[in-house]
Structure formats: structure tokens, C-alpha cells
Design a binder for this molecule. Structure first.
Ligand SMILES: [Zn+2]
Length: 195
């Protein structure tokens, strides 16, 4: 959750550096204050059988994450926010992105998944891909913990439509953005734009 990688030409020690990968010209350093991270070593053939990877759903930007996949995997009892957060359904969607994806899709985060219509599934799948691609372009959302390169650090944070904006007015309709808690995580949405 926290922990980060950084790239340096000449290694400079920082507290909580745990691992250094030495490349010809640069070093990739893994720093992890809270020690949630771990490293496992596999050869190419074994890696897809690793228990941590085996359990994961498809990558959101892969062609496997599509309307058909979504539609065929709705046989569980949950709401749409928790479904998107479930790593065995789709890998790697974090809390900030789930709020943003559902705002872009005009869907209320508490909606049970059995009430999601087909055209809405298409909307969600498209929003997932659009938002992730845009965020990657802008260097992600986390200014503190993740260093991509010198210039592009967390600028997607300035593009957030609902996340962290509770009590502020919606950019689309001027209603107040609401904050609720789902499975212990904050969710932000506009009750006018999202139904
Ligand atoms: Zn709104």
C-alpha cells in the first residue's frame, strides 16, 4: 500500500531501503516503511502459478477485461463499488479509481450488481480503461509514495472529479459530493449524476 520504487544513477542511502536491483547504468530501489511489501523470486515458467498472481482477475487494460467477461462474472452478491475493488474480479483497481470510474459511468456506488444494465456494463468497462490510461499519462495519483520519473509525479490527482471532494460541488451539476464508507473504505459520489 505504501512502499515505493525509485530509480537512481548513483545510489544514495535512505532509511527503509530494503532491496536494490543493479542494472548496467541505473539502480532500482525498493523502499518500504511499513513493510507491507514482499519479494518472491520465480523463473518464467513458474510465475503464472504463483499463488498471489493465480488469484487475480484480468488486467483492466487487457482485452480479457471486456463486456463479456464482466457480464459472465456477475454471479455474486455485492454492490458495484465492492465488485470493482475485488482483486479476483479485476486486478489492480484501487479505491480512488473506483469512485472516479463510477462517477464517469453515472452509477451510484451502492447499486447491487444484479441491477446493472447491459449498456451500463459497457460504460463501466470503457470508463475503467479511459481513466487508467489518462492517469498513466499524467503520472498517477499518489504524490507521496510512488516516484515514476522526475517530471510526471501524480498529476492525475488534479483531475479527480469526486474523490476527496466531499461537501464540494459537483463539476457537472453543482450538487454536493457525498462521502460514504463501503467495506471500511471511503467512497465519494454525486447523488444527482449517479443513479
Ligand atoms: Zn453531479
Amino acid at each position: 500500500m505504501t512502499g515505493f520504487f525509485r530509480i537512481e544513477r548513483k545510489y544514495e542511502f535512505r532509511k527503509h531501503d530494503h532491496l536494490i536491483f543493479n542494472f548496467t547504468k541505473k539502480k532500482l530501489i525498493f523502499n518500504d516503511v511499513r513493510k507491507f511489501g514482499f519479494v518472491k523470486i520465480f523463473n518464467n515458467k513458474e510465475v503464472s502459478n504463483c499463488s498471489h498472481i493465480k488469484k487475480l482477475g484480468p488486467e483492466p487494460l487487457s482485452s480479457k477485461f471486456c463486456y463479456e467477461y464482466f457480464k459472465n462474472n456477475l454471479n455474486r452478491k455485492t454492490n458495484i463499488k465492492n465488485l470493482l475493488m475485488n482483486q479476483s474480479f479485476v486486478a489492480g483497481l484501487g479505491n480512488i479509481y473506483c469512485s472516479e470510474i463510477l462517477f464517469r459511468s453515472n452509477i451510484e456506488p451502492i447499486r447491487p450488481i444484479n441491477l446493472i444494465k447491459d449498456y451500463e456494463i459497457i460504460k463501466i468497462v470503457n470508463s475503467v480503461k479511459k481513466i487508467l490510461l489518462n492517469s498513466i499519462k499524467l503520472g498517477g495519483t499518489t504524490i507521496k509514495n510512488f516516484v515514476v520519473s522526475d517530471e510526471k509525479i501524480g498529476y492525475f490527482k488534479n483531475k479527480l472529479m469526486v474523490y476527496g471532494r466531499d461537501g464540494m460541488s459537483c463539476f457537472k451539476c453543482k450538487s454536493k459530493i457525498v462521502k460514504i464508507t463501503q467495506s471500511g473504505r471511503s467512497t465519494f459520489f454525486c447523488s444527482q449524476c449517479q443513479k
